[in-house]
Design a protein around this ligand. Structure first.
Ligand code: CA
Length: 264
């Protein structure tokens, strides 16, 4: 009597949040962190034309500030930046968010830095890059992260997996190695999920890339190796001599099932 029944017109908090999120995905917000004016201009024009809400920071400190203000759907992050390097910006963002991050490198040697340090980027592009290719990669990453948020992603199996001392729970987005929690960004989590779900079987590079990045992925396959290397640094007792995620030369990777001998 006193309490008014809820009507459909009254948006439930979760629903309005959900529709905001959907609206955001139709015009995704991108944070572009780039100090070279010519790149900034080209990106701003192309990305706006593609329907992105573009925010630009031209140094690392501004990037961190702007990230907190606009909570972007994706971040495009140059490695060489004034004040705070792109690598440190990536680490800072990753410590508070799983937002997809694409690193932009200017020279091949920087790729090794991006790869070698566990900065947690999802993908990288090398300058000079083609804007069309970059946009395809941005879209692929956004598709994956929105699928992940809505739970529509196709997963190998929907319950937790344990192989030897490594356990993964897709519902909780949780990984433990030798009983200790390990933090993995989305891409590494998905690669590990596929490998564990198919433990003992060779996963070709093509299969892994198709399943994790999508069949329309146009980046080079070195990206996969980057993620494998980072995964090894987190799940292998000796990352330099991998026993869990092994390379099958010329084919791809295999997650090795522990043998009975291994426990002796
Ligand atoms: Ca730069």
């Amino acid at each position: 009597m006193g309490a008014r029944p809820k009507t459909d017109e009254e948006p439930h908090e979760d629903e309005s949040h959900e529709s905001n999120r959907r609206a955001r995905m139709s015009q995704p917000t991108i944070l572009v962190v780039e100090d070279e004016e010519s790149f900034v201009d080209a990106l701003q024009i192309s990305l706006s034309r593609e329907g992105f809400d573009v925010h630009v920071a031209t140094d690392g400190a501004a990037a961190i500030e702007l990230f907190e203000q606009v909570t972007p759907d994706i971040v495009l992050l140059d490695v060489m930046l004034p004040r705070i390097s792109g690598i440190d910006v990536c680490r800072r963002i990753r410590s508070v968010s799983n937002v997809p991050i694409i690193m932009v490198t200017a020279k091949a040697s920087e790729i090794d830095t991006v790869v070698g340090l566990e900065v947690g980027a999802d993908d990288y592009v090398a300058k000079p890059y083609r804007i069309r290719e970059l946009i395809a990669r941005i879209r692929a990453l956004l598709r994956r992260s929105s699928q992940d948020a809505t739970g529509e992603i196709e997963v190998p199996i929907d319950s937790s997996i344990r192989v030897g001392e490594v356990a993964l729970d897709p519902d909780e987005h949780r990984v433990t190695v030798d009983g200790t929690d390990v933090t993995l960004p989305l891409t590494e989590f998905e690669v590990l999920h596929l490998l564990l779900a198919n433990a003992g079987r060779v996963m070709t590079r093509e299969t892994l890339i198709d399943r994790v990045w999508g069949a329309d992925y146009v980046g080079d396959t070195k990206t996969l190796d980057v993620h494998i290397k980072r995964l090894r640094s987190k799940v292998e007792p000796e990352p330099g001599a991998p026993q869990r995620i092994v390379t099958i030369r010329g084919l791809g990777y295999k997650y090795e099932r522990p043998t009975a001998d291994a426990s002796i």
